[in-house]
Design a protein around this ligand. Structure first.
Ligand SMILES: [Zn+2]
Length: 349
């Protein structure tokens, strides 16, 4: 199986717009999420147990010395970021402002997030509590996660899980469990997919925590934007998606459902492209109210229309006839799956 790189660029149409509309909001979100929930004395090594006054938010970690190896890694990371124009000339550029730990344990409202569950034991987390710019990164070869913010914040937790999401997706790639990309601009599409997967991972893992909290929308918006901002601007320019938004805004229940939904969204996007090229498109637009310039609002109405006709095979036969070529291909498919008694279903759904 493979995925067309174009899909990732198609997504850009929608999210690019949203990201620019919410630029101001995003700043406020970052401001809110970066507020530390507890004060920590970063000058002492040893066990840190930080807790908010009401005890709702807790962070536990062991602060260990920055050894020579860690120091080199921090220096290299700073150099690397500077070469990429990282906008922080403050605390983060000095190694003495960095701290090190092997593991962070968050407990929020009784829900635990333990990095040891997701990161191999030889990883370290290097962080700069007073960094001016918000950032995170992961270096597989150095077995290190870099965090540029106060660890006792929801922002830090979100970024940390995003970075761990990169590790997780990389593992899947190494294990050959990831679909190959085909088409144009593969490396840009690959980066977009990496960011997308990292944020989705973070959201899945954080969902039970954030859905009960008043910062749910903030985290969702941040993780979406984080994915776009943290990578090459040119890819960012093209980035976007309704699939993305559908993922993020529909209540997440379990991974399986999430994946099912992703599949469904891919299919819808395909149908939308097909429909726009069909003879029915112009007529369909008549009598519907939307901004001509805004493809997202059209697409929204389109998916509503699909939903209404979900169980109507005639609807699909009429508007989305299967081409002869596809017909032939599906005839050639071995019929392994359909050996139960279930009625035949439209293969697009
Ligand atoms: Zn990332």
């Amino acid at each position: 199986m493979s995925i067309e790189s174009q899909k990732f660029f198609d997504e850009a149409v929608f999210v690019k717009k949203e990201a620019s509309e919410k630029e101001v909001e995003l700043k406020a979100v970052v401001e809110r999420l970066s507020q530390p929930f507890a004060e920590i004395d970063f000058s002492k090594e040893g066990l840190v147990e930080a807790s908010s006054e009401d005890g709702k938010y807790k962070l536990t970690f062991e602060m260990v010395a920055i050894d020579e190896a860690a120091q080199e890694k921090i220096e290299a990371e700073i150099k690397h970021l500077k070469s990429k124009g990282y906008p922080d000339d403050g605390k983060a550029v000095e190694v003495k402002n960095w701290r090190r730990t092997k593991r962070m344990l968050f407990v929020i409202d009784g829900e635990e997030i333990d990095t040891a569950k997701f990161l191999p034991a030889d990883y370290q987390i290097l962080f700069c509590p007073e960094a001016e710019a918000v950032h995170g990164s992961i270096a597989y070869e150095w077995r290190s996660v870099f965090l540029f913010q106060n660890p006792a914040s929801i922002l830090n937790l979100s970024i940390l899980m995003h970075e761990i999401g990169h590790h997780n997706f990389e593992q899947k790639k190494v294990a050959g469990k990831v679909e190959k990309l085909t088409g144009e601009n593969l490396s840009a599409a690959e980066k977009l997919r990496d960011e997308r997967e990292a944020s989705l991972f973070a959201l899945r893992r954080l969902w039970t925590i954030i859905k009960k909290q008043n910062f749910k929308e903030d985290v969702v918006l941040f993780l979406k934007s984080e994915a776009y901002n943290s990578y090459c601007t040119e890819a960012l320019q093209q980035l976007a998606t309704d699939r993305y938004m559908a993922h993020f805004y529909s209540g997440y229940e379990d991974e399986e459902r999430w994946e099912r939904q992703e599949e469904e969204n891919n299919q819808r996007l395909e149908l939308w492209k097909q429909f726009q090229l069909s003879e029915f498109y112009e007529d369909w637009k008549k009598g519907r109210e939307f901004d001509e310039e805004d493809e997202w609002s059209q697409y929204n109405q389109f998916t509503n229309w699909l939903d209404k006709n979900k169980n109507n095979p005639e609807f699909y036969d009429k508007y989305f006839p299967i081409s002869e070529q596809e017909q032939e291909e599906s005839n050639q498919m071995p019929d392994e799956v359909n050996n139960d008694e279930s009625p035949p279903v439209n293969n697009r759904w």
